[in-house]
Design a protein around this ligand. Structure first.
Ligand code: NAP
Length: 246
């Protein structure tokens, strides 16, 4: 049986790029997304054309019941889980800390932190039960290092939590042959920036990147897929920047 990979936020951007590469590399897939059925179907079709079985699991990772439903579907269709790309995440409009609201913080941390931790928890339980180990790649951000002052400090703080969670979880499960890493993407051309009200953000800030350009979702996905591969078999607890040097 093929290895099975769950990608949260698999309908767009970095998650969709991971799905396409994973399908070509022999994984069967569970693709989670929140709302965009048409994009999810298009990614699934491309992956099926590359030979993968694809289970679409629509659901908001901020909702614990939705996470339970996602894993019920994976258990029923595949009965195993070998890799998790813990990628679903959101930004918000640019705002100073003095302007953030409780509702904004709740949404940001429910999706980016609590959702990610609960998704990882359920993956670990299955990887431990399967006895084959597994791989978890959490998607952080360069913002965790940069702080994102005057842009979205709350987003940066949510990603810093992911970095710390990655190290702690990796220590807990290393002896079970479960590797846990994080990737910190930099300025990557996806729809994320438009969703935060700044469609041109990657182009606007590209001059600040030592390599003087934005990155692509595929460039981030290649690094994620390397961490998932046997080529990275002695890597765990690490956080890898994919930022063009920023
Ligand atoms: P994107 O193009 O906006 O795609 C986000 C994906 O996540 C979509 O599939 C979306 O599904 C899904 N999603 C959003 N909220 C969700 C929720 N509550 N539950 C389930 N799925 C949800 O974003 P991206 O740029 O690929 O970002 C992917 C990850 O990389 C995020 O964690 C982001 O913070 C991180 N990152 C991105 C950049 C960058 O420059 N792009 C930089 C650093 C870090 P729907 O479309 O159906 O809502």
């Amino acid at each position: 049986m093929k290895p099975v990979m769950l990608i949260t936020g698999g309908s767009a951007g970095i998650g969709a790029a991971c799905a396409r590469i994973a399908a070509a590399r022999g994984y069967d897939l569970a693709l989670n997304y929140r709302s965009d059925d048409a994009s999810a179907e298009a990614v699934a079709e491309a992956c099926r054309a590359a030979g993968a079985a694809v289970l679409l699991c629509k659901g908001d990772v901020a909702d614990p019941q939705a996470i339970a439903d996602i894993y019920d579907q994976i258990d029923a269709q595949y009965g195993r889980l070998d890799a998790l790309v813990n990628n679903a995440g959101v930004v918000d409009q640019t705002a100073k800390v003095t302007d953030v609201t409780h509702a904004r913080l709740r949404r940001m941390f429910d999706i980016n932190v609590i959702g990610a931790i609960l998704v990882a928890k359920e993956a670990v339980l299955r990887m431990q039960a399967g006895g084959r180990g597994g791989v978890i790649v959490n998607i952080s951000s360069a913002a965790a290092r940069l702080g994102s002052g005057n842009q979205y400090v709350d987003y940066a703080a949510s990603k810093a939590a992911i970095d710390t969670f990655t190290k702690g979880l990796s220590d807990e499960v290393a002896a079970d042959n479960i590797r846990v890493m994080a990737i910190r993407p930099g300025l990557i051309e996806t729809e994320l920036h438009a969703k935060g009200g700044e469609p041109g953000r990657a182009d606007k800030l590209a001059h600040m990147v030592p390599m003087k350009r934005k990155g692509s979702a595929e460039e981030v996905a290649q690094a994620i897929m390397w961490l998932c591969s046997e080529e990275a078999s002695y890597v765990t607890g690490s956080t890898l920047d994919v930022t063009g040097g920023r």
